[in-house]
Design a protein around this ligand. Structure first.
Ligand code: UT7
Length: 331
């Protein structure tokens, strides 16, 4: 019997309408379009405005679009995994909220938190349920409303992040399409360099935590950059070597969009030319769990059945990893 793999059968992305440009940021903090563009590659990012609008709003738009374009009935979905670092609430899971709102009444659903590597962790996890033969239709969402945990008076973080995300549909393949390998890593000693101090069980919200701005992203940018640039490049090269892939065998690198310089270093290390690197950081910034599905969505029309994709990410935790997959359909 041929092996079952988990093929991506559809992708849909969604970003809110509001565009926060570099120009607008210069009116909020001491920065410039030139600094942001040269240091990060970002020109603008999207912001989800309005009361009671959480990450589930992004997820619901992405999943509804995905169901519609793939002609899938919500009742047929077995499982929804939502990778997010900015859940609507600590509980219930944002995936539960999404499942309820899209009518996935037969699905069980849960969140997975691995910061910027969340989508890769969730994709690998979802793929396992397909590979074992247990489930037939799984939706993996990667979405974040980063603006909910960003201090717009801190120029070192507010220029980077944005809101958005996407969702993929996984189904079994017996022809060898889909997730073929993954290398996932984490190192908890990265905690001091990138975290949010309060709002969890260690330090619940108090007047003092709010006054001290402890509910925002704390990042030591240069330290994180050093870890990111080494580990994302290393793990991407490692997955190529492990699967005997030469640069010419790779159709696309789909990198987490944190910093254009990290993406360039990863592509260089893999020997991949610029034309094969998915890039939309200039339009959306870093949407954490959302970057990789948003890239796949933006580039969907360029993808061909059988294309070899390497998906790579690095993020808080630290967490990092690469997934090797064979694209499962022509658009
Ligand atoms: O996705 C999750 C994982 N996160 C990442 O991968 C992010 C990794 N880190 C980075 O992308 C970069 O470190 C940043 C974009 C965050 C910062 O870029 P950098 O080139 O590492 O800058 P830096 O932190 O070393 O700061 C250089 C200078 C400093 O000024 P002095 O001390 O040299 O006078 C900063 O104060 O740039 C200054 N600076 C800014 N200047 C204008 C920092 N932020 C800004 C800003 N505008 N927005």
């Amino acid at each position: 019997m041929s092996k079952i793999t988990a093929a991506i059968k559809g992708i849909h992305g969604w970003v809110p309408d509001y565009i926060l440009t570099n120009e607008e940021l210069t009116t909020m903090v001491d920065t410039s379009d030139e600094w942001i563009t040269t240091r990060t590659g970002i020109k603008e990012r999207r912001i989800l405005k309005g009361q009671d609008q959480g990450t589930s709003v992004i997820g619901v738009h992405a999943v509804k679009g995905l169901l519609e374009k793939t002609g899938t009935r919500a009742e047929d979905i077995d499982l929804i995994i939502c990778a997010t670092t900015t859940p609507d609430m600590l509980f219930p899971a944002t995936a539960n909220i999404i499942a309820n709102q899209v009518g996935a009444v037969n699905a069980f659903s849960y969140d997975l938190q691995a910061a910027c590597s969340g989508f890769l962790y969730a994709l690998s996890t979802g793929a396992q349920f397909i590979e074992t033969g247990k489930y037939q239709k799984i939706i993996v969402v990667g979405a974040d409303k980063m603006s909910s945990i960003i201090d717009y008076e801190d120029r070192t973080t507010c220029i980077i992040f944005g809101d958005g995300g996407g969702a993929v549909l996984l189904e079994p393949s017996k022809e060898g399409y889909g997730v073929l390998d993954s290398i996932l890593r984490s190192d908890g000693s990265g905690e001091p360099h990138l975290h949010m101090k309060a709002g969890g069980s260690r330090r619940p919200a108090t007047h003092q935590t709010i006054e001290e701005k402890q509910h925002f992203v704390y990042q030591e940018g240069a330290a994180v950059f050093k870890f990111a640039v080494i580990n994302m490049a290393d793990v991407s090269a490692e997955i190529m070597e492990k699967n005997n892939l030469k640069p010419e065998d790779v159709s696309w690198l789909v990198p987490h969009q944190a910093n254009k310089r990290i993406i360039d270093a990863t592509a260089n290390r893999m020997g991949i030319t610029n034309g094969k690197v998915m890039l939309n950081i200039h339009r959306y910034g870093n949407t954490t769990s959302g970057t990789i599905p948003l890239c796949l969505f933006d580039y969907e029309s360029n993808l061909k059945k059988g294309d070899n994709l390497i998906l790579s990410a690095f993020g808080g935790g630290f967490t990092w990893g690469s997934v090797y997959l064979k694209w499962g359909y022509d658009t």
